[in-house]
Design a protein around this ligand. Structure first.
Ligand SMILES: NC(=O)c1ccc[n+]([C@@H]2O[C@H](COP(=O)([O-])OP(=O)(O)OC[C@H]3O[C@@H](n4cnc5c(N)ncnc54)[C@H](O)[C@@H]3O)[C@@H](O)[C@H]2O)c1
Length: 348
């Protein structure tokens, strides 16, 4: 892997979360120095031990709330930071409808504060976690980056607002370089089975739900609707392996300086998989047909969301490498080895 020739470290916010932890591993393997921050709102301190173990290299870590500007300022005083990957956010669509202020505070206010502190310390290189959910209901797939954003819930609006803030900041000051990565559906786990997705409470997404059915923590998968205009009637999504996604962040950092300003880039495979196909792939991975039942559609769900990943290939040299069988295999391995998630274990 390419190593950095910059002297400073990469600040990763949300470092112990699902995508953040895998990205820290990738950055450390590529020779970057990493400073991680997280307040463990939706992650376990054990993820930190695991990521150190998997990377076999150390990172510096500070427990802080990204809304706390003084604490962020202290990080920039203590370490020389070259660039920032900003993952820390609340991410559940349904919850965002229930508690919009928390979402605007954590996702938008914290990003404003971070950008301000970065500028005060003369750091103007940022990779931001955005989401394909900002596209809302689309007229056609695959989805290119110039598809108009039509966010349909507070969570997606926070991501869209952050993108616009970054675009305005970059337009005003050409010293800024920012890339918003619009992820499609991140799934899978590190192949070691040591790092993975460990949602708190009932999983919002189908893959961790399936994994919990497979390990016996949930009775069956509810398939929300089989009357969509898709080949088998179930919803189609573009699942992307978290290891591929992590690599996308490193490449985005490598290519930040290629052009000034704010850019948006989809990270997806370009291949759609239906819920039934996913169920079959996961059943093959865990060796038994998983119980499931078709229930009515969920309000707000759309038939198909699939990325056009051309820009990621052209601008970042990035292409997803893992297929759906591999995503299921790795997700299952993590769940099998950690039946109750990270907090399952006796010690770190
Ligand atoms: N997983 C997905 O399906 C998906 C899809 C598109 C975009 N995203 C975005 O990617 C990013 C990472 O997602 P993830 O799946 O790894 O989620 P995650 O919840 O596993 O990780 C987010 C991390 O941020 C931390 N965090 C939350 N609020 C914080 C605060 N105020 N201060 C410090 N830390 C805080 C959490 O403790 C957690 O460790 C998020 O911005 C999310 O919106 C995720």
């Amino acid at each position: 892997m390419m190593s950095t020739d910059r002297a400073g470290a990469i600040l990763v916010t949300g470092a112990t979360g699902f995508i953040g932890s895998h990205t820290c591993v990738d950055l450390l393997a590529a020779g970057h120095r990493v400073v991680g921050v997280d307040n463990f709102l939706n992650s376990s301190p054990r993820a930190l031990d695991r990521l150190r173990k998997v990377a076999d290299r150390d990172l510096d870590f500070v427990r802080l709330d990204v809304r706390d500007r003084d604490a962020l300022d202290e990080v920039f005083r203590r370490w020389k930071i070259d660039g920032v990957v900003h993952f820390a956010a609340r991410k559940a669509v349904g919850e965002s409808v229930e508690m919009p202020l928390e979402y605007y505070d954590t996702n938008v206010n914290a990003t404003l504060g971070l950008v301000r502190v970065m500028a005060e310390h003369d750091v103007r290189r940022l990779v931001f976690s955005s989401s394909c959910s900002i596209y809302g209901t689309v007229d056609r797939v695959p989805i290119t980056e110039d598809t108009p954003a039509r966010p349909t819930n507070p969570y997606s609006r926070t991501k869209w607002m952050c993108e616009q803030i970054l675009a305005d900041v970059c337009a005003q000051d050409p010293a800024w370089h920012a890339i918003s990565l619009r992820y499609f559906n991140p799934v899978g786990a590190h192949p070691s089975g040591l790092l993975g997705e460990d949602p708190r409470g009932v999983p919002n997404n189908v893959m961790p739900y399936l994994a919990q059915v497979a390990v016996g923590r949930r009775a069956e998968l509810a398939i929300f609707g089989d009357d969509y205009p898709t080949p088998d009637g179930t919803g189609v999504r573009d699942y992307i392996h978290v290891v591929d996604l992590a690599e996308g962040h490193r490449l985005a950092l490598d290519h930040l300086d290629d052009q000034p300003g704010h850019r948006v880039v989809n990270l997806g495979t370009g291949t759609g998989t239906s819920v039934r196909e996913l169920l079959d792939a996961f059943s093959a991975a865990c060796g038994r047909t998983l119980p499931h039942r078709v229930v009515p559609r969920r309000p707000g769900d759309v038939a198909a969301l699939v990325a056009d990943p051309t820009l990621a290939r052209e601008a970042l040299g990035w292409t997803a490498r893992h297929d759906i069988a591999r995503m299921c295999r790795d997700a299952w391995e993590f769940q099998r080895l950690n039946p109750a998630g990270y907090d399952d274990e006796e010690g770190a």
